[in-house]
Every structure is written in structure tokens, then in C-alpha cells.
Ligand binder design. Structure first.
Ligand SMILES: NC(=O)c1ccc[n+]([C@@H]2O[C@H](COP(=O)([O-])OP(=O)(O)OC[C@H]3O[C@@H](n4cnc5c(N)ncnc54)[C@H](OP(=O)(O)O)[C@@H]3O)[C@@H](O)[C@H]2O)c1
Length: 325
């Protein structure tokens, strides 16, 4: 198979296409002929040598893909050669073939084409598991997602809005914030020249928001806690603003607040499979009805992985970047 590998830790220039042995479908696994792979920020960290794949996972980058079933291993039920699917991966997506635990394979929602389906697994599984399964966002509650124009943000805005929450989001340009509003965000805040704590305090009459999905980590920790409503839940999924910060425990106690931090990639296959099943049950019908849409910034061939990484690093994209085989 062809796969994108990093020859050494470094910038996008270390990425190159190599010939590697085809993966085989082990017990409980399926091999996909990959149509497209989605880029994730974790791929940038992996390329730089800061985020090795979990034990047993492929060294090849790529945490999600879409494709056609090419082989079915022992003990797999419900999938046949030729079926089209998308998949949540621990690695290996930037390749023409990948082996996937069958539980992490999902059917493609009606109305979504094979390539575009690669934009869905990471954002749908991350947002659904964190915002709904873990933080339990309820209709009528207030929800803040930072970085609303990113891959995660565009899915979070649509899902939360569709399921009846009031949605606040932050973003870096007026153009991106306008796009967030079009996706369903009720209140948009430019993080470059506005203080989200003040804006939310004003809009909510001092109440704050019930759930926050945070990509910034350390940089926003204190301000996120300040923005939580009583019994609010802060879910941290990213470290774009660093990993170490001071926390005023008293501020959290007074709100009876919760801080949760998770990563999808390192979870055991059984947990990821349960999340995929829940996404297929709850999110796919909304996608099939066109109420929640995959937002794709653009697609590039696998051979242009360097340019795709450079684009994600520039932050000029909105939604997902895909690599096609
Ligand atoms: N823990 C997990 O399981 C998990 C899974 C998937 C993703 N993630 C994390 O989730 C985050 C988002 O991923 P993604 O795929 O959506 O990446 P992405 O498409 O590159 O989006 C990154 C977002 O960060 C925003 N941002 C940059 N600086 C900001 C600031 N100062 N304040 C608020 N937002 C800011 C950007 O906003 P502008 O473009 O408007 O500047 C952009 O929307 C990443 O940190 C990623 O590692 C975690």
C-alpha cells in the first residue's frame, strides 16, 4: 500500500509517501480500501514527535477515514467485502489501506458521499461523547464551544443547536464567526478583541454557561471556570493554549462545577466501539436528514500531505481538511 510517513520529527517537509506492506484483517478487524482520510491537530503533534500512537496502533498518521471494505477478519459480523464505511482509527488513515476494529467502523449516513464521510468520525465521536455522553448537555442549557469554525467546532455548534441548546462560540475572524452563526451559533465572540467572559456574563445576566467544550487548555482554564454556571461542566479536549495553569478551587467549589479532560484516541477499543454505536444511533439520523452537515474546507491528494499539514498549521481553514487516495 501507499502511505504517508514522517521520515523524522519535524515540520510538514518531513512527510513523504512510502510503499509499506498491506495490513491484514486480524480477529475482529476489517481492512478498508481508503477513499479519504481526515486531518486532525493530533496528526501535527505526531509528526513533530510529541504524540506517539497508542501501543499496538499503526505508526502511520491518520485517526479517521472513509472507504470500502476489502477484507473481513475472523469473528466479524455485519460487514462484507464491498460495503462502504467510515472509521474512527487509532492510526493508519493516511494510506491506501487500513485495518480497523469492526466496532470502530460506521455506515455512511444517507446523503453523504464516500470522500466527505471521512470528515465525520473524529468530530462526531468527539463532540457526541464529550458534550452529550459525558457532560450531558440538555435542551435549553447554554453551551460554549471555543474555536467554532474548526472541525470540532462546526460539528459542536450544529449538534448542540439542533438538540436545543443556546450556543455561544469563539473565533478569530468576522468571516469565520459569520459562518458559525449560519451553522446555528446564537452568540459569536471574536477572541482577538473581545473577552468571552464579559460577553457571556452580559448576555446571560451573570448566569454563565452550563457546558463548555474547550480546545485551549491552560490559557483559558481560569476564564472558563469563571464562565461556568452553577453545576456547569467544563470539558477540556485540547491543549492549544498550553498544559499547565493555576486553578482557583474556591471558584469551582462555589459553582459546584466539574472539570473533565478526555482524549478519544487512547481509549480501549470497547469504549470507542460504544461511542461509535451511540453516534450511529443519535447523530447519523440528523446527518441523513441534512440537519447536521459535514463541513469540509477542502480535499487534497495523499501526495500533498505536506501542503495539507501546512494549511492546518496556518489556521486559515474552516471545518475539515481531507486527503484523498
Ligand atoms: N481529546 C480528544 O479526543 C480530541 C479529539 C479531536 C480533537 N481534539 C482537539 O480539539 C481541538 C480542535 O480540533 P479541530 O480538529 O477542530 O482543529 P482545527 O480545525 O484546526 O480548529 C482549531 C480551532 O482552534 C481555534 N482557536 C485558535 N486559537 C484560539 C483561541 N485563542 N481561542 C479560541 N479558539 C481558538 C481556531 O479558531 P479560528 O480558526 O477562528 O482562529 C480553530 O477553530 C484541537 O485542540 C484538537 O487537538 C481533541
Amino acid at each position: 500500500m501507499r502511505a504517508v510517513i514522517a521520515t523524522e520529527p519535524g515540520g510538514p517537509e518531513v512527510l513523504t509517501v512510502a510503499e509499506l506492506p498491506d495490513p491484514e484483517a486480524g480477529p475482529g478487524e476489517v481492512v478498508l480500501d481508503v477513499a479519504a482520510a481526515g486531518l486532525n491537530r493530533a496528526d501535527l503533534l505526531q509528526r513533530m514527535g510529541f504524540y506517539p500512537p497508542p501501543p499496538g496502533a499503526s505508526d502511520v498518521m491518520g485517526m479517521e477515514c472513509s472507504g470500502t471494505v476489502a477484507a473481513v477478519g475472523p469473528d466479524v459480523e455485519g460487514w462484507s467485502v464491498g460495503d462502504r464505511a467510515c472509521a474512527l482509527l487509532a492510526g493508519g488513515g493516511y494510506a491506501t489501506k487500513v485495518a480497523v476494529p469492526a466496532g470502530q467502523l460506521m455506515p455512511i449516513p444517507d446523503g453523504v458521499d464516500l470522500v466527505t464521510a471521512a470528515a465525520l468520525p473524529e468530530v462526531a465521536c468527539t463532540v457526541w461523547s464529550n458534550v452529550f455522553m459525558v457532560a450531558g448537555l440538555q435542551p435549553g442549557e447554554a453551551f460554549l464551544v471555543h474555536g467554532g469554525a474548526g472541525g470540532i467546532g462546526t460539528m459542536a455548534i450544529q449538534l448542540a443547536s439542533e438538540l436545543g441548546a443556546k450556543v455561544f462560540t469563539t473565533g478569530g475572524t468576522a468571516e469565520k464567526l459569520a459562518a458559525c452563526a449560519a451553522l446555528g451559533a446564537d452568540v459569536t465572540i471574536n477572541y482577538r478583541d473581545e473577552d468571552f467572559v464579559e460577553v457571556i456574563r452580559e448576555v446571560t445576566d451573570g448566569r454563565g454557561v452550563d457546558v463548555i467544550l474547550d480546545n485551549m487548555g491552560a490559557k483559558y482554564l481560569g476564564r472558563n471556570v469563571d464562565t461556568l454556571a452553577t453545576e456547569g461542566r467544563l470539558v477540556i479536549i485540547g491543549m492549544q493554549g498550553g498544559t499547565r495553569a493555576e486553578l482557583d478551587i474556591n471558584a469551582l467549589l462555589r459553582k459546584r462545577g466539574a472539570i473533565i479532560a478526555t482524549t478519544l484516541r487512547s481509549r480501549p477499543t470497547a469504549e470507542k466501539s460504544a461511542i461509535c454505536a451511540s453516534v450511529v444511533e443519535h447523530v447519523w439520523p440528523l446527518v441523513a436528514e441534512g440537519l447536521v452537515q459535514p463541513i469540509v474546507h477542502g480535499t487534497m491528494p495523499l501526495a500533498e500531505a505536506r501542503a495539507a499539514h501546512a494549511l492546518m498549521e496556518s489556521g486559515d481553514h474552516m471545518g475539515k481538511i481531507l486527503l484523498t487516495t
